[in-house]
Ligand binder design. Structure first.
Ligand code: V47
Ligand code: SF4
Length: 380
């Protein structure tokens, strides 16, 4: 029992609650951040993770399309965007170029395309509806997870449609789910300092709530490890837990470690690996109504991601191609993020977990067995 491993009565009480499957309060979450050692929070998070998923660790076969890195916004942590004023230094893909990227995967067993990029004033609602339609016409079985709430907020306001009307229009064009980006830190005290000009917390949450009501699943992220404190992290997770209580349509929470290369926050030091592991573990303990916790390996690096598998994480994202630039440009170890299925299976097995290929909504496609079992990955 984890309860027996600490002397502090506050931590003992929290451990007893988590072991009994009870929800912890915001104050208890702060106590975990302030006093919980990595070993303590890691064991508790493992208890939660194994109760939900046993030894399974999920991954999928996906690829990314980033339509543009030109952006009207100027988030201080972003190493990726070119301000619209300097757009000659950025890239802008045409629908045909993006369709050609999809066609590169013809005959390959990918199940998801993840589309996300900067906010370009000329790429509007009709442009993206056309893109989704053409992808679906070419490959109807491919799940389209597309655009963050930041992109939706801008494109719907520009088109003068409500969130509901805009989402319905894109669903009819082929949209299947919404990724978790753009959440950053909800608390206005921090949001105003790091990304003042884009959609606020209420706007972000409203877009996800409306999507959920229309039947679309989504993910949620949190950009941590910069100028926020523990209260801001708990405030962020509380708002997500409350929305999830109402809709139940979030699949995954994804803590995103702030990387400090080449952005306006380069003077802010990055969090340590110990703090990263505590962040994942505490998120697993607090967000009791989120079915999954994802470590996004292109940002944490392979070894960091592997370590999270002992701190509550049950999902390690996808095979990904080298088509995503967002993290290599922010200083991640992964300059050309690509991992084959065999690489992912090995990485998960080395952590003494069982690799399971999933689709976007966590239907199991294939179980691979733990290390030492006979099931071998198909090496494609
Ligand atoms: O919202 C930008 C983050 C996010 C930096 O839903 C940075 O499955 C760290 O949300 N350091 C976009 N992070 C990516 C995203 C995502 C990724 C993978 C899977 C899913 C999913 C969603 O990237 C942005 C922002 O929070 N980001 N700059 C940086 N310097
Ligand atoms: Fe634009 Fe997104 Fe970068 Fe902010 S994080 S500047 S919205 S691309």
């Amino acid at each position: 029992m984890v309860t027996d491993t600490v002397q502090d009565p506050g931590l003992q009480a929290i451990a007893a609650k988590v072991e009994a499957g009870e929800r912890i309060t915001d104050a208890e979450c702060i106590t975990l951040f302030e006093k919980g050692s990595p070993g303590f929070v890691g064991s508790l998070a493992n208890t939660v993770k194994e109760r939900l998923h046993g030894d399974k660790v999920f991954f999928n076969r996906n690829f990314h399309i980033e339509p543009t890195n030109v952006c009207v916004f100027s988030c201080n942590f972003c190493s990726y965007s070119q301000l619209y004023a300097h757009k000659e230094d950025g890239w802008e893909l045409t629908i045909q170029q993006m369709l050609d990227m999809v066609k590169k995967y013809d005959g390959q067993p990918v199940t998801e395309v993840h589309i996300v990029g900067g906010v370009h004033p000329k790429m509007d609602l009709n442009f993206f509806a056309d893109l989704l339609k053409q992808i679906k016409t070419h490959r109807p079985d491919l799940h389209i997870k597309a655009f963050t709430a930041v992109e939706y907020d801008y494109m719907f306001r520009k088109a003068k449609v409500s969130v509901e009307e805009g989402l319905k229009f894109l669903i009819a064009a082929g949209l299947d789910s919404i990724p978790g980006g753009g959440a950053e830190i909800f608390h206005p005290e921090i949001r105003e300092k790091i990304c003042a000009d884009k959609v606020n917390a209420e706007g972000w949450l409203k877009i996800h709530e409306t999507a959920h009501e229309l039947g679309l699943p989504s993910n949620a992220t949190m950009l941590y490890g910069h100028i926020e404190n523990y209260l801001h992290r708990v405030d962020h997770m509380r708002r997500l837990r409350e929305l999830q209580d109402r809709t139940g349509k979030f699949n995954t929470f994804i803590p995103l470690k702030f990387r400090n290369m080449d952005n306006d926050m380069s003077h802010v030091p990055e969090s340590t690996t110990v703090e990263d592991m505590r962040m994942y573990a505490i998120a697993r303990i607090y967000l009791d109504n989120f079915p999954h916790l994802k470590a996004y390996w292109p940002m944490l690096g392979r070894q960091g991601a592997q370590l999270t598998l002992s701190f509550g994480v049950d999902d390690i994202d996808g095979t990904i191609d080298d088509t995503t630039k967002i993290y290599s440009m922010a200083g991640s170890e992964e300059q050309n993020p690509a991992m084959s299925t065999a690489d992912l299976v090995t990485l998960i097995r080395q952590a003494n977990r069982e690799p399971v290929e999933r689709d976007t909504v966590y239907n199991e496609i294939k179980r691979f067995g733990k290390a030492g079992t006979d099931v071998q990955p198909e090496l494609n």
